[in-house]
Design a protein around this ligand. Sequence first.
Ligand code: ADP
Ligand code: MG
Ligand code: MG
Length: 465
Amino acid sequence: LLAPARCAAAVGTAAPKVEGGGRRSSEQGQLAVAPARLVDELVEEALVWSSQHGLVVGDKNHPRSGKAPGVGLLHAPFALLPMSFSKVYWDQAVELAPLFNELVDRVSLDGDFLQETLASFSLSFSRTKEVDSFTGRLLDIHAKMMKLNKKEDVRLGLTRSDYMVDGATDQLLQVELNTISTSSNGLACGVCELHRNLIRQHERELGLDPESVVGNTAIAQHAEALAGAWAEFNNQRFSVVLVVVQPEERDGLPVAVVYFRAGYTPNDYPSEAEWRARLLIECSSAIKCPSIAHHLVGTKKIQQELAKKNVLERFLDNKADIEKVRKCFAGLWSLENDSIVMSAIESPELFVLKPQREGGGNNIYGDNLRETLISLKKDGSNELAAYILMQRILPPASLCYLVRDGTCIRENAVSEFGIFGAYLRNKDRVIINDQCGYLMRTKAASLNEGGVVAGYAFLNSVFLT
Ligand code: ADP
Ligand code: MG
Ligand code: MG
């Protein structure tokens, strides 16, 4: 079916024996440093399994990929074996999921807070010098809804809170909270099945228990939440769920739920027509996933504002919950903070500079970060508001086998761990507030960015230790 997999890393490497059940001793690391022969075998089996079970993505190099169904597909990039992950971190992330769901919803109801925090974006986009017209336009739709006093009784949030373990402090720190198009749930479920299957097939050689690979329920639970919202819309004979994947989709039936798979990047709005469509959807009675307010809560700027002293207290009542949420916040600063800007110019390797964008590949690091900050400061204050500064989280690295394009490499790698969440509410009735499976992504420690689709990271699963 497939050409024999070449395992570059295994060639010529004195492969250590599998010892101690194949586990590495570090808290977080890829399992099993396996003999070269076994690695080759696992890679080939994994590639066959991926193509047989739909663990595939579009092949960018194929001219008809994405145009004709079933044409131009390639296995998704994956780590060969799961990532061992401490139950302490797992439990913490699972416990946080409903708290963040609730937080998103409460913040979304505070229209003034969103408008004030993001004000620099809305003010600026009408001026000649644009800070960030994209966020400004989203905010403009939000302002229109406030003027109309538009209430969303039924609110559906499909979220994903992403974390990294900070090596210096052993703390699980939040990278970001996604509220729109929290993708990769299907692939995350697929790689979990792949790992279970590989371990089951080689249980004795690897000395691992396939049941320790945490099952992933992301797809089923998110589908359930969408169906739940559709039921709340209460027009079950005729209404449909509209999934926005391309601009200007039309439908002849009442739309109960609109799911935005697209709409999170400026590229999704090539003309005024897309903005009109977004506004039209927002004005409609359909349940939006996300509503414009939920979308804005997911911006980096709001993340930074929530980390300020006494801001969480505006939205959460329970002191213990507030502490739990705050504990996972990394250092976050606005660029109005001169002393932190100076620190970042001096030691850029300790910071990440983030614009208000989604989808990976937008952040600024290292020398670039220093130069950007210097030139932003020189140009004056207006554009500074378009960015936030974040503490750079440096997770512990470990050797991993990573497979892309049929080739396996052995890399010193770090991981980012996301917990999906679902939140469905009708007025005062919370129908769903749950964690819904996970996304484990592994990337070379030397890389800055981390997206799977963006081409940096590899899908992985969790092996609880
Ligand atoms: P996006 O919404 O585009 O996914 P993120 O904030 O998740 O934006 O940043 C993209 C990637 O950059 C992350 O997946 C992660 O690999 C890396 N990254 C972001 N913030 C940090 C940080 N504070 N420390 C280390 N790496 C980070
Ligand atoms: Mg994001
Ligand atoms: Mg991200």
